[in-house]
Design a protein around this ligand. Structure first.
Ligand code: COA
Length: 702
């Protein structure tokens, strides 16, 4: 490359005696082979020129959002990133990374190879490799501790946390916070930084700041706890600590070796599958309409769910009008919102200023007419069709034309609700999970008449709230609760057949679930499902297997944690096996003449996961979910399915056909049905193909 030229993705220009290397690889300037080649060529070119320094900057909306994740699953093509970073370090001129948007993974590692780093206030920086099943592979684990110390480096590397620029400045990850946004002014900030410190400063040659052993221990313990025993987390800790004891060159070589092994590990392929699945889930094939503008959100119903949704919308910075049914409820809800904000302040989650700003965005009223200027109104009232229909009629009369009308129902028919309005095209479902300001999943429900722009708006809204959207068609339980119900039913069958709730929960957590199904039931309250079962009793198919145990627990007043007893007893908040529950289970078995039998942990896992796979196959076949990977995203983000497996379908694609057939049959036998589903193999066929492709590439790697 010669001056003022480019290779299509990287260009070099000389401006006022400085070399400006611009990376332009939309959408996020991922560091592909072409980008690495371009930077290397530009550096070679500028090194021989008489310039005072070099600024590396990203075109468009970001610096470099990381190495190209698609390349990690195949043999890496030279030039590799460490080579590019070495060229930056060896460049005779000082090099400054001028960062806006994101400098993540390989992008941040490249910045760490520079002599200086300036960043705009909107920028985020970090090393998310661990969240992708790997460790940093181009010096991140060695250069970062030299800036921030061992303990902070352990927590940053092991969490993959994206650090906002102002905090990055405090921690020492960047040298200058450039109070500017446009690309041109950012380049000037980079030039100014070099003029202020026109020297080479290789991070790898700096000493690691002396560590406080206790702080390192604490950081390590927290990282291991969060890391749930995944091997890359302990490797990441080991590598960061090496920076203290080994010469940089040797430690860098070790880091590269570990990275090369881990990037082709099962976890890494699974997590890459999820990375792309998460993005695909936010799209509807064939729909490309622009979203409507949302300036104010209306919410009806200030119960637990309504308040959670309200907090999520306020946190994203949109004004909310929250409607309660009468002055008393209005005042109670307003107080509860204030108390939640105060609680967040006292726990140090947000500052008093942020809390005040959020409360300023909130209007709580008992006058439904106050929703007239809202662009999107979401109902979170009692799960009763008649109540919801009445509300939809009233809202339809009040809302301005084009406003979106959304329901947070978890299982009612939204098509039916839409039918009472004059705007069925503007009706969608927005199914949040509790607590709505914490849980990432948001099912966007598409009715048979939802318009393209309503769906685009709903998806925009989900992204704005920083939620993971998955699109579902109208169906009882949509994607997530429908599959989870099958899993929970199977857990009940297992207990009736002979396992204890503790056996089942243990097998589930050993598989990797955050909690077992019975611990989850106790936490969310057994009475909710009980009430639903009572409502559905009249229409239940008498031929399907039905377990009485949860009903009997509820009849005994055991609703879970909140009544200090459910499947477990809760003593000082700690779950203990319960003699009362054991007696109820024994009675239920006896009533059906079931002789309890021992079920191995493996058999329990097979039946639990088999139930998920069977139901997933039905959900796909019925067109409720758009694509197999959407189911993986749903189960991982909403139901504690272990992320590192890639979700149930990706996990299944790694099992033999024989064992999947066995699992499916086990579920069918337990349910007392015939063959439940022959569709699992069809469903996971594309994932099996992707795996075969991976195996071939792994061979290439070897
Ligand atoms: N490699 C390859 N593709 C990437 C990528 C990467 N590192 N980062 C993002 N992309 C792709 C996405 O797959 C998406 O492609 P699509 O439009 O075909 O679906 C596109 O870039 C836009 O990404 P998206 O996440 O939808 O945009 P955003 O504006 O919401 O977020 C980022 C931008 C940079 C914050 C986000 O993309 C991100 O976090 N990227 C991953 C960063 C990372 O983990 N890097 C370290 C790799 S070791």
């Amino acid at each position: 490359m010669t001056t003022d030229q480019n290779n299509g993705v990287v260009s070099l220009k000389i401006r006022a005696g400085f070399g400006i290397i611009t990376i332009d690889n939309p959408p996020v300037n991922a560091g592909s082979t072409a980008v690495r080649t371009g930077i290397l060529e530009a550096l070679a070119d500028v090194s021989s020129q008489d310039v005072q320094g070099v600024v590396i900057v990203g075109a468009g909306r970001t610096f470099i959002a990381g190495s190209d994740i698609r390349e990690f699953g195949a043999p890496l093509v030279p030039p590799k990133l460490p080579q590019v970073i070495a060229a930056i370090e060896d460049c005779p001129h000082p090099v400054c990374a001028a960062i806006h948007g994101a400098a993540l993974g390989g992008g941040f590692e490249l910045a760490l190879g520079c002599d200086l780093r300036v960043a705009t206030p909107d920028a985020v920086l970090g090393l998310p490799e661990v969240t992708l099943g790997m460790v940093p592979g181009a010096g991140g684990s060695q250069r970062l501790p030299r800036l921030v110390g061992i303990d902070t480096a352990i927590s940053l590397v092991c969490s993959g946390r994206r650090v906002p620029a102002s905090e990055a400045k405090t921690l020492g990850m960047i040298d200058t916070l450039a109070d500017t946004t446009p690309e041109d002014a950012l380049v000037s900030a980079g030039i100014a930084a070099i003029q202020a410190a026109p020297v080479k400063r290789k991070l790898r040659d700096l000493p690691v700041p002396p560590a406080d052993p206790q702080a390192v221990k604490t950081a390590e313990a927290a990282a291991l706890r969060r890391g749930k025993g995944r091997p890359n987390v302990s490797e990441a800790i080991r590598l960061v600590k090496l920076s203290e004891t080994l010469p940089a060159q040797e430690a860098l070589a070790q880091e590269r070796g570990v990275f090369q092994n881990l990037r082709v590990s099962e976890d890494a392929f699974a997590l890459r599958h999820l990375f792309f699945a998460e993005r695909a889930a936010t799209r509807i094939d064939g729909i490309d309409a622009p979203p409507n503008t949302i300036k104010r959100v209306g919410l009806v119903g200030g119960g637990t769910m309504g308040q959670g949704i309200c907090r999520a919308v306020l946190a994203a910075g949109l004004p909310v009008t929250l409607i309660e049914r009468d002055p008393d409820s209005r005042d109670r809800t307003a107080l509860a919102m204030q108390q939640a904000m105060d609680g967040a302040v006292s726990k140090g989650r947000i500052t008093a200023q942020v809390a005040q700003h959020r409360m300023d965005l909130l209007t709580v009223s008992d006058q439904i007419q106050d929703l007239a200027d809202c662009d999107l109104v979401l109902e979170a009232v009692f799960e009763d069709m008649a109540i919801k229909k009445d509300l939809f009629r009233s809202l339809d009369a009040i809302l301005k034309p084009g406003a979106i009308l959304a329901s947070n129902t978890s299982y009612l028919d939204i098509d039916d609700m839409a039918s009472v309005t004059s705007r069925p095209g503007n009706v969608v479902g927005l199914h949040f999970f509790s607590p709505a300001d914490v849980m990432k999943l948001l099912e966007v429900v598409r009715t048979s008449s939802s318009s393209q722009s309503s769906l685009a708006t709903a998806l925009w809204f989900a992204k704005f709230l920083n939620k993971q959207a998955v699109v579902s068609r109208v169906a009882e339980g949509f994607i997530g609760n429908r599959i989870y119900s099958a899993y929970r039913r199977q857990a009940e069958f297992l207990v009736e057949d002979g396992a204890t709730p503790e056996d089942v929960d243990k097998a589930a957590t050993e598989f990797g679930f955050a909690m077992g199904p019975f611990a989850v039931g106790d936490m969310s309250g057994l009475d909710i499902a009980w009430n639903m079962r009572k409502r559905q009793a009249a229409t239940r198919n008498p031929d399907t297997r039905y377990v009485d145990i949860p009903d009997w627990l509820c009849e005994a007043g055991r609703f879970g944690r909140k009544t200090k007893g459910g499947y477990y007893d809760y003593i000082n908040g700690k779950a203990q096996p319960s003699a009362i529950t054991a007696k109820i289970i024994a009675d239920a078995r006896a009533a059906k003449g079931i002789t309890p039998r021992k079920i191995s942990p493996k058999a329990i896992q097979d039946r639990l996961i088999g139930a998920i796979l069977n139901e997933a196959a039905l959900v796909l076949k019925e067109g409720i979910a758009q694509r197999p990977s959407d189911i993986d995203v749903t189960l991982v983000h909403g139901y504690g399915f272990p992320r590192w497996t890639g979700g149930p379908l990706w996990w299944a694609s790694g099992q033999t056909q024989h064992s999947i057939a066995d699992m499916s049959d086990g579920v069918a036998v337990a349910a007392g049905t015939g063959h439940v589903s022959g569709d699992i193999e069809d469903m996971i066929a594309p994932l099996r193909e992707a795996r075969q492709d991976i195996d071939k590439r792994k061979l290439g790697h070897a």
